[in-house]
Design a protein around this ligand. Structure first.
Ligand SMILES: CC(C)(COP(=O)(O)OP(=O)(O)OC[C@H]1O[C@@H](n2cnc3c(N)ncnc32)[C@H](O)[C@@H]1OP(=O)(O)O)[C@@H](O)C(=O)NCCC(=O)NCCS
Length: 162
């Protein structure tokens, strides 16, 4: 099985941890979102209003699996997987703290999530991304997501896990 927590190295050679979160991580995660910029960053998320943002995070912990990256005790990235009703597929979202972007952290956290769900027997993972979100699109294509449609401003991508 995927380890609960593991150490990875970013593009500058500094280490950070990735792992599965627990409810005790919520305050540290909310601290990341308190100073998150821009807010919203993508598709209305994370919510600009602090209380709405808190509710959004709490809801993700209620309905999904949450995976984090840490530097020491500080949360620097958050990914969530919300399973579909089938229990074999789910929607993925990811947010990396502004000061930690472009270091490979999003890529490591996404790969950690994909490996976890592959081992849990999921068949696929999907997401939506804005056409102009070049960084996210680059990350998703790099780890194997493919476009399901090319028409709208917001595109769906998916990856088959096997
Ligand atoms: C999108 C996001 C999660 C990416 O996380 P990250 O840790 O910065 O991503 P990584 O460093 O692992 O990978 C980014 C990739 O985009 C590339 N990139 C950077 N700027 C780019 C640009 N302008 N155009 C295309 N690619 C770009 C990087 O070179 C890197 O690819 P590489 O590793 O092959 O060189 C992060 O930027 C973020 O949180 N953005 C705001 C929220 C968001 O948009 N979330 C996604 C919702 S769909």
């Amino acid at each position: 099985m995927t380890p609960e927590h593991t150490t990875r190295t970013d593009k500058t050679g500094n280490s950070f941890d990735v792992g599965i979160s627990c409810p005790e991580d919520v305050p540290s995660l909310l601290e990341m979102y308190r100073t998150f910029s821009p807010r919203p960053a993508s598709q209305g998320l994370p919510p600009e209003d602090h209380e709405t943002c808190q509710d959004w995070v709490k809801n993700l912990f209620a309905i999904g699996d949450n995976l984090l990256a840490w530097r020491g005790v500080r949360v620097i990235a958050h990914a969530a997987l919300v399973p579909d009703i089938s229990g074999k597929s789910g929607e993925f979202v990811i947010f990396v703290d502004k000061s930690e972007r472009n270091l490979g952290i999003g890529t490591h956290l996404t790969r950690f999530t994909l490996e976890r769900y592959r081992q849990l027997g999921f068949k696929s993972i999907w997401l939506t991304v804005s056409v102009t979100n070049y960084v996210a699109s680059r990350l998703y294509r790099k780890v194997g997501f493919v476009y399901c449609d090319m028409e709208s401003y917001e595109r769906t991508m998916s990856i088959t896990l096997n």
